[in-house]
Design a protein around this ligand. Structure first.
Ligand SMILES: [Zn+2]
Length: 460
């Protein structure tokens, strides 16, 4: 229960952030030249719908919404369907999600970052198999530094689809080798350590598939892996950090130009740890040998902000989805709270680095997982859409009443909160209205905006 955000510090940050947002986030009329932010931060809560966020906020604050997200001026819903799918709010709320095709994280990240729909399983590749310009490639071409941070292995779909073209998301070895030896990335952070298990215990038999194979890993440790990231003909080796103290130290002061973090745990920072997986949030002690998502985010920002041309950073709360698949209410809350703590780290950084004058922040999800809703009604029949049952608040520190109605993805709308130059362009393209969530846009609209911003030099 020690993971509460200190309320005084947070309210000061929120006041500053809200003030600058109000001052600079003007309307984007057709007459104005588009403003282009220097820094672009995309935060993706994997498998996180509206009830997931609410569950976390009820547990942490006893409130329906996190102030970190509610303070952002642009609030929209996002439809997540992949190539060939669709979303109809009247159908969803009248009948539930059954029979409506769902996206996976690969097709979703392709949509969110390239602006094009594809089939499930594909990373920045069209339905016909043609590679699409990844957002990292596009941002680098536009002069920005780039970074990917996640609470799961960086070879997983959401980070991978930002930087790699591959028609099969499951090719972890190939994907992680591409990320570490061929990509222009400046920051790459996640789990997936070859020498540790999910509890952070050393293993006898190393498993190198998340770190590009044994040769790539040994080169990382020796300071030789890295390729020619800036295209000047010279190698740009990664500085590898594994120790959580070293990640924390990265948040301030002089930073190396290129940093890879591989936390000493196999698949997720915390969600896969042993013990009672149905326990209340943090009842099973969190692993201490790994950094938090917020700590990695602070470190990533300090590495990337050395570039005067700006940066693109993607931060993923990757294990919210895993807690949903496994129907783990306590771990779901932990992962949501950890993601929102990373949002808080970004807000603090933004407040200290030009506010919403220079920085665009988009916080969204790639799809919903778990068909999450409130508990069964005490009396009367179940509604046709179980997601319409309200969560049951039980006060701060107590998990709310909730129910997973599926162990899989649904096509429910997911939330988007945004602030900064360019964010109101999303409001302008949100043309559909859902009876419960209000104005929504398709996920591809976010990718179209990001690709457009990537090609334009910063005006702010
Ligand atoms: Zn999933």
């Amino acid at each position: 229960m020690s993971n509460r955000v200190p309320s005084i510090a947070m309210s000061a940050i929120l006041a500053l952030v809200a003030a600058t947002a109000a001052a600079t986030d003007g309307p984007s009329g057709a007459m104005e030249a588009p403003v282009v932010p220097r820094n672009i931060i995309l935060m993706i809560a994997d498998g996180c719908g509206y009830p997931h966020l609410q569950a976390g906020a009820l547990w942490r604050d006893g409130a329906d919404r996190f102030p970190e997200l509610a303070a952002l001026p642009v609030q929209l819903a996002v439809a997540t369907f992949a190539e060939g799918g669709s979303y109809d709010g009247d159908t969803y709320w009248a009948k539930g999600p059954a029979g409506q095709p769902t996206t996976d994280s690969a097709a979703a990240i392709t949509a969110l970052t390239t602006g094009q729909r594809t089939h499930n399983g594909r990373l920045a590749v069209t339905p016909d198999g043609a590679p699409l310009p990844t957002i990292v490639e596009a941002m680098e071409r536009g002069g920005r530094s780039t970074g990917l941070v996640t609470s799961v292995p960086f070879a997983h779909a959401t980070p991978a689809g930002c930087a790699v073209n591959n028609e099969d998301r499951d090719r972890y070895l190939e994907i992680s080798r591409d990320l570490l030896t061929r990509s222009p990335l400046d920051v790459l952070m996640g789990a997936g350590h070859p020498d540790f298990d999910r509890q952070g215990f050393a293993v006898k038999m190393a498993e190198y598939r998340f770190v590009g194979g044994q040769d790539t890993w040994e080169g990382l440790r020796a300071g030789t892996t890295g390729g020619d990231a800036d295209g000047d003909g010279w190698p740009d080796p990664w500085r590898l950090l594994e120790d959580p103290e070293a990640v924390r130290a990265l948040a301030a002061g002089e930073a190396p130009p290129r940093v890879a973090v591989v936390a000493r745990v196999r698949e997720t920072l915390q969600q896969q740890r042993i013990g009672d997986r149905q326990a209340a949030p943090f009842a099973e002690p969190p692993l201490t040998g790994v950094p938090t998502l917020a700590e990695m985010t602070r470190g990533a920002l300090n590495v990337l902000d050395d570039d005067p041309d700006g940066f693109f950073l993607m931060v993923e709360g990757g294990a919210i989805d895993w807690a949903g698949h496994n129907r783990q209410p306590g771990r779901l809350v932990e992962e949501v709270v950890g993601f929102v703590e990373a949002v808080g780290a970004v807000l603090a950084w933004v407040a200290a680095h030009g506010g919403w004058e220079h920085n665009l922040l988009l916080v969204t999800a790639d799809h919903e997982t778990g068909y999450l809703g409130g508990p069964a009604p005490a009396t009367g029949p179940e509604p046709a859409c179980l997601a319409s049952l309200p969560l049951e608040p039980r006060g701060p520190g107590v998990p709310p009443g909730l129910r997973f109605n599926s162990g899989d993805h649904t096509n429910a709308l997911v939330p988007l909160a945004a602030a900064g130059p360019g964010s109101t362009r999303l409001t302008a393209v949100a043309g559909d209205v859902d009876p419960v969530r209000g104005l929504w846009l398709p996920n591809v609209a976010i990718g179209v905006l990001l690709q457009d911003l990537a090609d334009s030099p910063a005006t702010r």
